[in-house]
Design a protein around this ligand. Structure first.
Ligand code: ADP
Ligand code: MG
Length: 355
């Protein structure tokens, strides 16, 4: 029997379009429509624009790059039972998320997401409904962010669904933000709240119920494109990264590339109201989730302290919450500190596939 689907009550508009009757497998499977039927279905839902000279249907796509801009390219895989569970991830939301996590990488560099490629490996017995919902979700995230799907690959899989998304963005060279620009005494900032997705995942794995609003953080993350473009466009930040493996690990990448360290004040970490109520009576400490939980897809960035007012008003204009959580140091360690200045001891670090 198929496990009960989980719905987000707070993202009603998105989830309302989910067809909850979709089952993952069917006896007829994908024999009909077949590979080319699936590709036609994918192509039919694309809202193209004049940056795409030749889209799906030829051996390669042709795109027009904006004069003076450089390309930013990134790719991500989503594997069934590694990155997602069919029991929790409705195909529509899975389609959205598979593109969202890639868009988040382009945003983290201050890039404008433009084009994507979607490679799908599908078990032959998967239902056509699963595939059509996934595609609908993918197209909705593309439309939300002005991204056009320009190609991909479709093949059968003998062990679960595998999705690979390549994203291409563009930006003027002087506006591209790298991990390597943080300077000692810069502030460390984060957008939104941290730890929600990790807490939701832990609850779902235990079979506990989770309120709708918090589910969205894990199942339907929103890439912080407008915040990133505003910060990069105004030249306010020195380094930036998206938080996919926990702020400690991801700020650690900024620190390493910039040749600096950092202090992260645990009492300043932004925790949502939903997080506080769900985390009550929970064995793991909330700070652990906020420091080392995965899949926040918020931005972590560094900026000179003279930029504080500008950053606050820039983010206010975007309607995005932003919090100063620490300071860049010249010694190369990245540490979390308690309110009394003592080190906060972590039991484990951010997610690592091979540990
Ligand atoms: P080839 O045999 O040259 O690799 P395909 O038959 O795989 O060509 O693909 C035909 C066209 O459909 C190409 O333009 C390809 O980019 C596109 N395509 C195939 N699969 C997908 C997919 N999952 N998403 C988007 N476009 C796809
Ligand atoms: Mg191919």
């Amino acid at each position: 029997m198929r496990p009960a689907a989980i719905k987000c009550r707070n993202c009603f508009n998105r989830c309302a379009r989910i067809d909850s009757t979709v089952t993952r497998s069917s006896t007829s499977g994908l024999a009909d429509p077949g590979e080319f039927g699936i590709i036609s279905q994918i192509a039919a839902g694309i809202a193209s624009n004049d940056t795409v000279v030749t889209g799906i249907g030829d051996d390669a796509a042709v795109t027009a790059v904006s004069p003076g801009m450089q390309l930013l390219t990134s790719t991500d895989m989503l594997l069934e039972d590694v990155h997602f569970r069919s029991a929790w991830h409705e195909p529509y939301l899975l389609g959205r998320k598979s593109l969202a996590v890639s868009i988040s990488d382009i945003a983290a560099m201050g890039g404008i997401p433009r084009w994507s490629l979607l490679s799908l490996a599908l078990p032959t017995d998967i239902s056509t409904g699963f595939v059509s919902q996934f595609i609908r979700g993918f197209h909705s995230m593309a439309a939300d962010n002005g991204v056009v799907l320009i190609g991909g690959d479709t093949c059968s899989s003998r062990s679960g669904v595998a999705v690979s998304v390549t994203i291409i963005g563009e930006q003027y060279p002087e506006l591209i933000v790298r991990r390597s620009g943080a300077k000692p005494d810069d502030d460390i900032w984060v957008t939104g709240s941290l730890g929600d997705s990790a807490l939701v995942l832990e609850k779902l794995e235990k079979g506990d119920s989770v309120p709708g609003g918090l589910l969205c953080s894990l199942l339907d993350p929103v890439p912080q494109v407008s915040a990133a473009l505003a910060l990069a466009g105004a030249g306010l930040v020195t380094a930036m990264i998206d938080i996919s493996d926990g702020i400690l690990a991801d700020f650690g990448h900024i620190a390493e590339q910039s040749g600096v360290g950092g202090l992260i004040r645990i009492h300043d970490l932004p925790l949502s109201a939903g997080f506080h109520s769900l985390a009550r009576n929970f064995p793991a400490t909330p700070y652990h989730m906020a420091l080392a939980g995965g899949e926040d897809y918020q931005l972590c960035f560094t900026a000179n302290s003279s930029m504080r007012k500008n950053i606050d008003s820039c983010m206010e204009n975007c309607g995005i919450a932003v919090t100063r959580v620490g300071i860049v140091t010249s010694c190369r360690d990245v540490v979390a500190v308690n309110p009394d200045g003592s080190h906060y001891i972590m039991k484990s670090e951010g997610f690592n596939h091979f540990r």
